[in-house]
Design a protein around this ligand. Structure first.
Ligand code: ATP
Length: 218
């Protein structure tokens, strides 16, 4: 049986490709908050949205290579395995059912995602299911996009990592994670221009991109 006070977090993303801007802040967050496990949750991108350049199989493979041998991370493919939109709220509700009401559960996002959280499906219900852990991201301001989102944030903020274990859900924690100025867009663009992506992502992922001929020179 799982420890009821263990803190487990999910980290959703397109991961087209996964990079150090995902991995380094998440690792720092684990140290700051004592997270036992981070489950990477690659999104299914619905057909009406711009599709990732890498296929679902390639995005999964890159995540596997990036976390290979690192016990902090594991992978959950449930959003990839359905062909309907992957709403975070639905995934969290399913996990709540599996884990029960008492287990603290957290969802990791970057500062850019927090600023536009009010655009997420049923965003105000998210905190009934999880805590939100927010990593800093360079180039994004700290004020929310709408006053409503700002008031909601002020109401739920905690600066105490231990508060994340004292309740199963309901808090937002802004973590002082290292600022890593990397995006998947930058990596794809560099590759399209024939430039190197060294130091932006794990070498095994970079080698996989080479082998698969992904993000080729335009
Ligand atoms: P793209 O450039 O294709 O939009 P991305 O690099 O932003 O991709 P995603 O897979 O869309 O990566 O991001 C998944 C999550 O990771 C989001 O919550 C995002 O805020 C966070 N994230 C991505 N890059 C960083 C970074 N450099 N620092 C902190 N958080 C990040």
């Amino acid at each position: 049986m799982s420890n009821p006070c263990a803190l487990h977090a999910l980290f959703g993303g397109t991961f087209d490709p996964i990079h150090y801007g995902h991995l380094r802040p998440a690792e720092a967050l684990a140290k700051i908050t004592g997270l036992e496990k981070i489950t990477l949750l690659p999104n299914n991108v619905p057909p009406h949205r711009p599709q990732p350049e890498a296929s679902p199989t390639q995005r999964i493979e890159m995540v596997k290579l990036a976390i290979s041998g690192n016990p902090l991370f594991d992978l959950d493919l449930r959003e990839m395995q359905r062909d309907t939109p992957s709403y975070t709220i639905d995934t969290l509700a399913a996990l709540r059912l599996e884990r029960g009401d008492k287990q603290p559960l957290a969802f990791i996002i970057g500062q850019d995602s927090l600023l536009t959280l009010h655009k997420w499906h049923r965003w105000q219900d998210l905190l009934s299911l999880c805590h939100l852990l927010v990593c800093q991201r360079p180039g994004y301001r700290s004020e929310m996009e709408t006053p409503e989102l700002q008031s909601w944030l002020n109401l739920h903020l905690t600066s105490q990592p231990q508060a994340l274990r004292q309740s199963p859900a309901g808090k937002v924690f802004l973590a002082q994670t290292p600022l890593i100025d990397i995006s998947a867009t930058e990596i794809r663009t560099r590759r399209h221009q024939g430039e190197s992506d060294a130091n932006l992502l794990p070498p095994a992922v970079s080698e996989y991109i080479d082998r698969e001929g992904l993000y080729q020179n335009l």
